[in-house]
Write a protein that binds this ligand. Structure first.
Ligand code: NDP
Length: 334
């Protein structure tokens, strides 16, 4: 298939890109600058331009941002939309998080419907943020649950703003499909905290993606005296997230579905324990063994059976993920 992948410079998208190529697909990815596009090509020397190229989309929140990009010859068969801001350094929640997430999603869907009739499947990276109800956890989280966040609450604090951006964007996507009845079918992926090796270009560890920052911080001794709160107690490895996206465009059974993509529970204490076990030389930077963790005794349950049964996911372990992440950070220079 020929696939348009948005946000190719990102942590998760870089793994999706590699997995698409491994599966024999041709990829055009969007990036915000020539420099970021060139870094991707430099990372894939030997892959011909017919298999991998990039196009520039400076800001997904602009009206018509994808109008030119979705038109291609030969035409695209599928689209994977990952681009969306994931950080908490915001000054204006609407401009910095909500608009790019929501408008970015509706703009790409509108452009595909109007200008790319050959596209049969669209997969969108949503988030467990669009599922979690942090004020009133249900007994069990599954694809049936939606974050009930309101627009008013969305402006309260950066974490709520981010989760709201993902909730409203995913809802807008499902509404679009329901109301506009386009030629394509939709699948959405809802991963919780994503950890795993960095394969995208990083000029320094200061630029690390948000979800891996806790592993960098631990390696740099920032949690030596006190572990930061874990926040979300379920996680998934980035390589499994990448597989999920590619299966979501390949498999007929994935059409019309949301997927909670999680390997299971974790806490910052578990991460520290696995770093200590596998990298004993970094002990002095880590919190001491038996540091008190913050995993509540009655933590919510989750159901990932749909992702296993339909997408065929067989999740990696936290130990493997932490080990591979630390190796990749060491290569950048912890
Ligand atoms: P990254 O920050 O590494 O990737 C985000 C990507 O989106 C980058 O390519 C970034 O471009 C691009 N982007 C952000 N804002 C804009 C914009 N206004 N215009 C154009 N491009 C933009 O984070 P992740 O890889 O972690 O996130 C990818 C997706 O996964 C996001 O949709 C995120 O919400 C979702 N997700 C991530 C989780 C995690 O734990 N990592 C968990 C659940 C969902 P640039 O590099 O140029 O800034």
């Amino acid at each position: 298939m020929k696939v348009l992948l948005t946000g190719g410079s990102g942590f998760i998208a870089a793994h999706i890109l590699d997995f698409l190529l491994e599966h024999g697909h041709d990829v055009v990815t969007t990036v915000r600058s020539e420099e970021k596009g060139q870094k991707i090509l430099e990372n894939h020397l030997g892959v011909p331009q017919s298999k991998l190229s990039y196009v520039i989309v400076k800001d997904i929140a602009e009206e018509g941002a994808f109008d030119e990009v979705v038109v291609s010859d030969p035409p695209f068969d599928a689209v994977i939309h990952t681009a969306s801001p994931f950080h908490f350094n915001i000054t204006d929640p609407k401009k910095d998080l909500l608009d790019p997430a929501i408008i970015g999603t509706t703009e790409i869907l509108k452009a595909i419907k109007a200008r790319a009739p050959n596209v049969k499947r669209v997969a969108i990276t949503s988030s467990f943020g669009s599922i979690i109800n942090s004020k009133n956890h249900p007994r069990i989280y599954s694809e049936e649950v939606w974050n009930p966040v309101t627009l008013e609450e969305a402006l309260e604090d950066p974490v709520t703003s981010y989760r709201a951006s993902k909730t409203f964007a995913e809802k807008a996507a499902w509404d679009f499909v329901r109301n506009e009845k386009p030629n394509f079918e939709l699948a959405t992926l809802c991963p919780p905290l994503v950890l795993g090796p960095v394969v995208h270009y990083l000029n320094s560890l200061d630029a690390i993606n948000t979800s891996n920052a806790r592993i960098r911080d631990m390696m740099q001794g920032k949690m030596k005296d006190k572990l930061a709160p874990t926040g979300t107690f379920i996680w998934v490895d980035v390589r499994d997230v990448a597989i999920a996206h590619v299966k979501a465009i390949e498999l007929p059974e994935a059409a019309g579905k949301r997927f909670l993509v999680t390997a299971g529970y974790m806490s910052n204490r578990d991460i520290a324990d696995y770093i200590r076990k596998n990298f004993p030389e970094s002990r002095s930077q880590l919190p001491p063994e038996n540091t008190e963790g913050d995993m509540p005794g009655d933590v919510y349950k989750y159901d990932n059976s749909r992702s296993r049964e339909i997408l065929g996911l067989d999740y990696r372990s936290l130990e493997e993920s932490v080990k591979d992440t630390v190796h990749s950070l060491q290569a950048v220079g912890v």
